[in-house]
Design a protein around this ligand. Structure first.
Ligand SMILES: Cc1ncc(COP(=O)(O)O)c(C=O)c1O
Length: 406
């Protein structure tokens, strides 16, 4: 099928709105062949994926080790049955627990990040017996029921009435958090580095302070590592940078290895009593599919010191080169922010950032801007990117800022 035909069919049966928008800005990418850091449009044009779907493609597209693990698993396993006891689920949970701080060793599996967030919120409400959930203004935790309720008005208004008990406060503001948390608070839920808010890195003590506030009121801290997990920030888990141990951690995206959807809600043993008393109160037919467990185990095996060293080296390289380009082209200047390869390129205004997204697209680099702060381009290269591939990205950025300056 040619590109026109696919787009016509997609518009007719899946999303006419998306097709219209991509056509309008001439940024329609219909992925065909894909491998490593590269994604090819059906016309053959090559892109370097510096969006990575928020971390789904941390290990690149169609990573051989993940594919091999899944192929091998398919010789013996299938989705499995969530009613039954499962060896792959037990093995993966043991592996996940071994990577977490002491006590964070209980795992509930899901299919999507939103589902895993819903599970975290359900658990927090169940173990505290309290209603309120506090999240960040401009944060993003997904579009399922409870996850949606944590988000901004623009996403949830058409779907009202939503679950009650959700309160938003500004991110990275300890005093606002102190004023919001009380004896009705079940949990505070925060992304370690909110991507949709514009890759905002909070100050070093923020999470420690929030945890103190939570615990002094008997509330829990849930950290959403859906994007920051699995090495993205240069450590396995983003919260490790902040010297904090959350009560519940939510994992998604990169856990799939880009091959098989699987997510997890990891929580402290202290709260295991709830599901012990109610083992069938939370069900997910496809959650923690056994094939997916093998994909996730292979992902964890790959998130070793070699990968993390590459992330840290590439972070330094990109930061240096991108900052140089920014000062070389003052008309298109931007600041580079983030932690590890969870990077944001913050431009002076939204229009410049939008032009830059388009120019980068034309020059073969796929990125998106932050939905709740469009002057920031989310820059998330695959964690396996080599220096040579990074140079291709930097050359495309140079071409784009040059064009932008003229
Ligand atoms: C930080 C964060 N949390 C949760 C989600 C929801 O994940 P999913 O789309 O898999 O439901 C996303 C998705 O983009 C996300 O970025």
């Amino acid at each position: 099928m040619n590109k026109e035909k696919i787009m016509e069919l997609y518009a007719r049966h899946v999303s006419s709105g998306k097709v219209e928008m991509y056509k309008k800005y001439d940024i329609a990418l219909v992925p065909h062949k894909r491998r490593g850091v590269f994604l090819y449009d059906i016309t053959g044009k090559r892109y370097i994926n510096c969006h990575c779907n928020g971390g789904v493609f941390n290990l690149g597209h169609r990573n051989k080790k993940i594919m091999d693990a899944v192929k091998k698993a398919m010789q013996r396993y299938d989705i499995g049955n969530h009613h039954l006891i499962s060896q792959p689920k037990a093995m993966l949970a043991q592996k996940l627990a071994a990577t977490m701080p002491h006590g964070l060793n209980q795992v509930v599996y899901g299919v999507s990040g939103g589902e895993a967030i819903d599970t975290a919120i359900k658990l927090a409400r169940a173990v505290t017996g309290r209603p309120n959930i506090i999240s960040a203004i401009g944060g993003y935790h997904g579009h399922t029921g409870l996850a949606l309720a944590t988000g901004d008005e623009k996403f949830k208004k058409p779907f009202e009435p939503l679950a009650p008990g959700f309160i938003q406060v500004p991110f990275n503001d300890v005093e606002a958090m102190r004023a919001a948390v009380d004896e009705h608070t079940a949990a505070v839920i925060l992304e370690t580095i909110p991507a949709t808010l514009g890759i905002v890195v909070p100050h070093k003590d923020y999470f420690k302070e929030v945890l103190k506030i939570c615990h002094s009121h008997g509330a829990l801290l849930i950290m959403d590592e859906v994007q920051t997990g699995f090495g993205r920030t240069g450590k396995l888990w983003g919260f490790e940078h902040f010297d904090v141990v959350p009560d519940i951690v939510v994992l998604g995206k990169g856990m799939s290895g880009g091959i098989y959807p699987i997510t997890a809600t990891v929580y402290k043993e202290d709260y295991a009593f709830f599901f012990k008393e109610n083992p069938f109160i939370h069900i997910s037919t496809f959650g923690g599919s056994e094939i997916g467990c093998f994909a996730a185990m292979a992902v964890l095996d790959m998130c070793d010191s070699t990968l993390l060293n590459n992330v840290n080296e590439m972070t330094d390289y990109f930061t240096k080169k991108l900052s140089m380009l920014s000062s070389q082209y003052p008309k298109a200047s931007f600041t580079v922010r983030g932690l590890g390869l969870m990077m944001g390129l913050a431009f002076n205004d939204e229009m410049t950032a939008l032009f830059m997204v388009k120019l980068l697209f034309d020059n073969g680099v796929y990125v998106v801007y932050s939905g709740n702060d469009p002057k920031v381009i989310q820059f998330l290269p695959p964690l396996i990117i080599t220096k040579r591939e990074a140079d291709l990205v930097i050359a495309a950025v140079q071409k784009s800022v040059q064009a932008l300056s003229q």
